[in-house]
Design a protein around this ligand. Structure first.
Ligand SMILES: *Cc1c(COP(=O)(O)O)cnc(C)c1O
Length: 371
């Protein structure tokens, strides 16, 4: 199978490149790539841009990975003005390096920026910044099956000021972290915990933005899930505690007996690019797809009657995770040892086959990063 590289994303940025004087040796790198886990190791370089209200985007640079110096008064440390993105670089069989729908991540980062009163990074700067990192750290993209280099673009308020208003100085960085296969020894369905004490987001809040604060507020609920033997936490809407929203960092999708694929509609969930892509693949297969409100009772009753036959979570890190069981304080849906659903696994395979270049990219989702 052959792919054509996208036409070069041209920008007016002239990147200065400072090589890491002490990069990890090939041997050290190979050891890390042999068992990278997730989010534990970082490549030898990072990419940065700064922004100020008077000068706009400036100082495009590739520099050694290392500590960032901030004033103790930097606004982000006090008021949490921060956003991020998460995507992966995939190595194909022929050695080339690709990423998945980066313009969707760039657009989402711009929407997150608007909500958090941060400056919008132009789409082409975003894609260019990923290419710059790959240009110096391409050897950090692993090649074992289902491994990748996780890319983490993020932006935060650096201005030294304790007054409360949008910061006038901001930093943007991209770091890379090699990621192992999420599931070892086969995809394992998980149990998830229904949070009824905590909400993730509310009407008019920041639920639709990819911002650290949403994660900070989900941690106690996630800890409650862990205490109850569950891998993840599931949130309901904050107003009525009735409608499905999403997991701490993944969206949720339900499959009905007649083949209909349903995912919650809400202004306070983070619209995942994995979810959007999976819905497209389901449509391609002739499934009816509905984005609509779903109550927890609908899931409970549908699972009991056999009307709802599969449920899965989706997001960049784990791609698709089958959900065996939902545990709540007062009830349980499903069984802990329920097998992964057929459509769940077929969609997972199809999506990863596209990402790794094993299947035709008929939607034009891939962008080459190393050329
Ligand atoms: C990033 C994220 C997702 C998944 O989005 P993808 O684009 O599919 O990775 C889902 N929920 C939350 C809260 C997220 O932050």
């Amino acid at each position: 199978m052959t792919f054509e590289a996208d036409s070069e994303t041209s920008t007016d940025l002239e990147w200065s490149v400072t090589r890491n004087p002490a990069p990890r040796s090939a041997k050290e790198r190979a050891e890390i790539l042999g068992n990278p886990g997730f989010g534990k190791f970082f490549t030898d370089h990072m990419v940065g841009l700064t922004w100020s209200i008077s000068g706009g985007w400036q100082q495009p640079r590739v520099q050694p990975y290392g500590p960032i110096s901030l004033e103790p008064s930097a606004a982000v440390l006090h008021y949490g003005q921060e956003i991020f993105e998460g995507m992966k670089a995939y190595r194909h069989e022929d050695g080339s390096i690709w990423t998945f729908r980066p313009e969707a991540n760039a657009g989402r980062m711009q929407r997150s920026a608007r909500r958090l009163a941060l400056p919008e990074l132009p789409l082409e700067y975003f894609v260019d910044s990923l290419r710059q990192l790959i240009a110096v750290d391409r050897d950090w993209v692993p090649s074992a099956p289902e491994t990748s280099l996780y890319l983490r673009p993020y932006m935060f308020a650096t201005e030294s000021f304790l007054g409360v208003r949008p910061a006038e100085k901001v930093a943007y960085y991209v770091i890379g972290s090699p990621a192992g296969a999420y599931f070892h020894g086969g995809v394992a369905p998980v149990s998830i915990w229904l949070s009824t004490n905590f909400a993730r987001a509310g009407k008019g809040g920041t639920g639709a933005a990819k911002t650290g604060g949403n994660y900070a507020s989900s941690l106690v609920a996630q800890a409650e899930a862990t205490e109850n033997g569950c891998a993840q936490v599931m949130f309901l809407d904050s107003a009525e505690g009735k409608y499905l929203e999403e997991l701490g960092g993944m969206n949720i999708v339900l499959v009905y007996h007649d083949g209909t694929v349903v995912t919650p509609k809400s202004d306070s969930i983070l619209e995942g690019i994995t979810r959007d892509s999976v819905l497209d693949l389901a449509r391609d297969r002739g499934h009816k797809v509905e984005v609509r409100q779903v109550t927890i009772d609908e899931w409970r009753e549908g699972a009991a009657s056999g009307d709802i036959v599969e449920v899965f979570a989706c997001g960049t890190a784990a791609v698709i995770t089958p959900i065996a069981q939902l545990k709540a304080a007062e009830f349980t849906i499903g069984k802990a040892d329920a097998p992964a659903g057929e459509l769940t696994m077929a969609l997972r395979k199809e999506l990863t086959d596209i990402q790794y270049g094993r299947a035709e990219d008929r939607h034009g989702w891939l962008t080459r990063l190393d050329a």
